[in-house]
Design a protein around this ligand. Structure first.
Ligand code: SF4
Length: 431
């Protein structure tokens, strides 16, 4: 059977032109997806846990969904400060239930944003977001900047769908008409096809933004001969390219948000874009990683007013990144239970945080064994959104997309499992 217009649930591009061919419950062909998406979709039914598992001494034993859900609800109800973490690779409907449950429990809910583009959101809260849809970029942008990111490897179809290789309404021959500037600390695959590659010394982003802003403002006289390894001559050339573009689109990744300077880097980037908008049209978009991390920020914000790291222990929503973010709570050994949904902190969090996770009752909701599995006491497998579950996800430019399903493997969705845990929590807290 051929399934057309499927949505790839891997990265924030959320490519919605995927064709999947299935025979029974096996995927036999995937068209249009990149290597990352193809791998996820082709192996859709492989490596899944068959059912919930629970700790049994040093090993594991099989459990029923009823038993695992009862256990998860009990763990959360017994906790004084439960942490509900993850949420970036699941459907918006499950994220909404997670927020409601965190509020009823008086716990903390945080998404993977706090370890990727959290600084971007802090900067946007300070100085605004001159954004646009990816469709605008495709149709109008004649100058693209990728700063601290490598879409060729991390978002492989970004350039073919929206920038360098994508013809648009006002760019009939995109590859020749669009210019590309790449700024990074090393020569990446993306940098190798750039019209200008700007190699900066690690940690030099803020200084380079400040120098570019000064040049754009007509104060190049204050810029020294080199800034963070970049010559003044190259900076002036880039500033001129940016000013003379008809429509510029600035994309950036965790190479900027997690470099020294963090949200101040992004704030300086936004202010550069602001300066450039005095001459021509410029926009800025964070390259988001997990396919629905943007959705977690949207759902958390419209439900609580805050985009991530929301703490309900005061009976109202409270947000203070650095204090209420998952890494900080775990490092301080503050939470006494943890529910992890659709993420793999075991592969990314500092050792100190993982040691605390192993010392408290931790429940993982995830389709397959991951690096986080050994840190947990219970794992509940669920359907994968975009494969055997449908739902809502937000693309990196904030456009909501309905993610469709093409297999039925019999697993409950994240929304169903979290909904059942939430029902049990409600029975006790709101009898
Ligand atoms: S670019 Fe991202 S969303 Fe598109 S096919 Fe590749 S992994 Fe999937």
């Amino acid at each position: 059977m051929i399934h057309t217009d499927m949505v790839c649930p891997f990265c924030g591009c959320l490519c919605d032109d995927i064709v999947v061919e299935t025979e029974g419950n096996a995927v036999v062909r995937v068209d249009n997806a990149c290597t990352l998406g193809t791998h996820k979709l082709m192996n859709a039914s492989m490596d899944r846990l068959k059912g919930p598992i629970m700790r049994d001494g040093a090993g594991w034993r099989d459990a029923t969904y009823d038993e695992a859900i009862e256990y998860a609800a009990g763990v959360l109800l017994d906790a004084d400060r439960p942490l509900l973490y993850g949420w970036s690779s699941t459907q918006g409907e499950a994220q909404g239930l997670g927020v409601s449950m965190a509020e009823l429990l008086g716990g903390v809910i945080d998404s993977t944003t706090s370890v990727c583009h959290g600084p971007s959101i802090l900067a946007i809260q300070e100085v605004g977001h001159p954004g646009c849809t990816l469709g605008q970029v495709k149709n109008r942008a004649d100058l693209i900047v990728y700063w601290g990111c490598n879409p060729t490897e991390a978002h492989p179809r970004h350039m073919s769908r929206y920038t360098t290789y994508a013809d648009g309404f006002f760019l009939q021959n995109s590859f020749r008409e669009r210019k590309l500037i790449v700024v990074d600390i090393r020569k990446t695959e993306t940098a190798s096809i750039a019209d200008e590659f700007v190699q900066i010394t690690p940690g030099g982003d803020y200084a380079v933004f400040s120098a570019l802003r000064a040049i754009v403002r007509g104060r190049g006289d204050v810029v020294p001969p080199t800034v963070a390894g970049v010559t003044k001559e190259q900076l002036e050339r880039i500033a001129e390219m940016c000013k003379s573009a008809k429509f510029g689109a600035f994309f950036f990744g965790v190479g900027l948000t997690m470099a020294p300077g963090r949200y101040k880097n992004v704030r300086n980037a936004i202010e550069l874009v602001d300066e450039l908008n005095r001459y021509t049209k410029w926009t800025l978009t964070p390259l988001r990683g997990h396919y629905n991390v943007y959705g977690s920020n949207e759902v958390f914000t419209w439900m609580t007013g805050y985009p991530y790291a929301v703490d309900f222990s005061r009976q109202i929503a409270f947000y203070n990144p650095g204090e209420t973010t998952a890494v900080d709570i775990l490092a301080r050994k503050e939470c006494d239970a943890c529910l992890i949904v659709a993420s793999d902190p075991g592969a990314h969090f500092p050792r100190k945080c993982l040691e605390h996770l192993t010392s408290i009752p931790t429940v993982l909701i995830d389709p397959a064994r991951t690096v986080t599995t050994p840190l947990c006491r219970c794992q509940i497998p669920t359907a994968v959104t975009g494969i055997d579950a449908s739902g809502t996800a937000y693309r990196m430019d904030g456009v909501p997309i309905h993610v469709k399903t093409f297999l039925d493997l019999g697993y409950p969705t994240d929304t169903e499992v979290i909904g059942r845990i939430f029902e049990k929590v409600q029975e006790v807290r709101h009898p």
